[in-house]
Write a protein that binds this ligand. Structure first.
Ligand code: DOR
Length: 399
């Protein structure tokens, strides 16, 4: 079956215009064609998330490439970049190949791995940067910072020489764990290094007001820097967090002042993109209260609905800016060809229910939240990779 979506609001050349779009059903293989009045549907370029954890190889009890990419497709994503805290760490071609084979076999959308900056992400010796460069979207030691300044300088020089970006989890291990300083002091150092080396530099999941100010100034002075933040830092503050593992992640959710500074950064363009830091763990690993649970929450299936509801519907940014933040800008900065689109119904309110997720992780600070924006279908490379079951049932019954 093919859905003929007529009169959908399609994102095109920076704005929306009414167009007709065809989507081939994933589940219904019949030759039939159904006309759908699509006036309430919006079509966006596939979202691009430059920061996810798909746990394979090494930790498939938390998430697999199959489950992670199915969740991404349900969230409207056409491409994701996976972080290298895996086992083995993709620090050489041999290790990376294990991951690439799994991606080739199981990925439903475009899955692009990061190579690690340092061997085993240990922060003492650089990975095979030149050998990996052709096969990775960039280099990152996500989960920890690279505290050795000389090593980070060398990493930037080598990444620049192979034309790759460094995406840094800025956290100075010598500062108090989870303190704002641990984040912004390492950003401050890395801005100097990026300026000195000319390396394309991207800062992962910024969460503090100082980070926003530093990056704003660095951009003004011409440093080749971009940054991301995540939906939870934009929509929650420390006072909202309960003693539950679903509020535990690194960096932590900070004060209302930090959240407001991040929102300013989103509005004025200091923050270039929103990434989920989708970081699934098992139920057991997340059920030990705030203090005892592992860091990380899932985000692929809630990112757009939460941001649309909290940022766009509340008038903080227009819908076109959200598309820039979730699709246009990450694809441009990480040189990702975006060959997908996603169809959303923005009219219906519903409650976030983790039991409906396709990710193996269930821990989200947005559980129980009322949101607008349900993904109807996602198409990547001309192939439908996700289709909402209710939507399918509605149109199937007319056959
Ligand atoms: O919350 C987090 N979880 N932050 C990180 O930096 C790593 C991630 C993970 O791998 O679980």
């Amino acid at each position: 079956m093919t859905y003929l979506l007529s009169g959908a609001s399609v994102f095109f050349c920076g704005g929306f215009s009414d167009r007709d779009i065809n989507v081939v059903s994933l589940a219904d293989r019949s030759e039939s064609v159904v006309n759908v009045d699509a006036s309430k549907y919006f079509v966006f370029p596939g979202f691009v998330d430059v920061h996810v954890h798909f746990r394979e190889p090494g930790f498939s009890y938390k998430e697999t490439i199959a489950s992670g990419s199915a969740a991404a497709a349900r969230g409207g994503f056409a491409a994701v970049c996976t972080m290298p805290n895996l086992s083995p760490v993709p620090d050489c071609i041999e290790n990376l190949n294990l991951q690439l084979d799994l991606i080739k076999r199981d990925a439903r959308i475009n899955v692009l791995p990061f190579g690690s900056i340092t061997r085993g992400q240990c922060g003492t010796e650089l990975s095979d940067i030149e050998a990996l460069a052709h096969y990775v979207c960039g280099f990152s030691d996500d989960g920890r910072g690279v505290d050795n300044t000389a090593l980070m300088r060398e990493a930037m020089l080598r990444a620049k020489s192979v034309g790759k970006i460094i995406s840094a989890h800025c956290e100075d291990g010598r500062q108090i764990k989870d303190s704002p300083e641990a984040e912004w002091k390492e950003i401050e150092r890395d801005i100097k290094l990026a300026d000195e080396t000319g390396c394309a530099f991207h800062v992962c999941h910024i969460s503090t007001k100082e980070s926003v100010a530093l990056i704003r100034d660095a951009k003004k002075s011409g440093v080749d820097i971009t940054c991301e933040t995540a939906p939870h830092y934009l929509t929650l503050a420390d006072v909202d967090c309960l003693d539950h593992g679903r509020f535990k992640m690194n960096p932590p959710i900070r004060t209302a002042k930090d959240r407001d500074a991040l929102l300013e950064g989103i509005v004025d363009g200091t923050i270039d993109m929103i990434a989920t830091d989708h970081a699934p763990h098992s139920a057991d690993e997340k059920s030990r209260g705030f203090a005892g649970s592992l860091n990380g929450v899932v985000g692929l299936e809630t990112s757009f609905p939460v941001l649309y509801t909290e940022l766009v519907k509340k008038g903080i940014i227009p819908l076109t800016r959200l598309v820039e933040l979730m699709s246009v800008n990450p694809a441009l900065r990480f040189d990702i060809e975006n060959d997908g689109f996603t169809v959303f119904d923005l009219s219906e309110e519903y409650t976030v229910d983790p039991s409906e997720f396709l990710t193996m992780g269930r821990s989200t600070p947005f559980e129980g939240r009322k949101v607008f924006g349900r993904c109807i279908a996602t198409v990547v490379g001309g192939k439908t990779v996700y289709e909402d079951n209710k939507f399918l049932q509605k149109y199937k019954s007319f056959n």
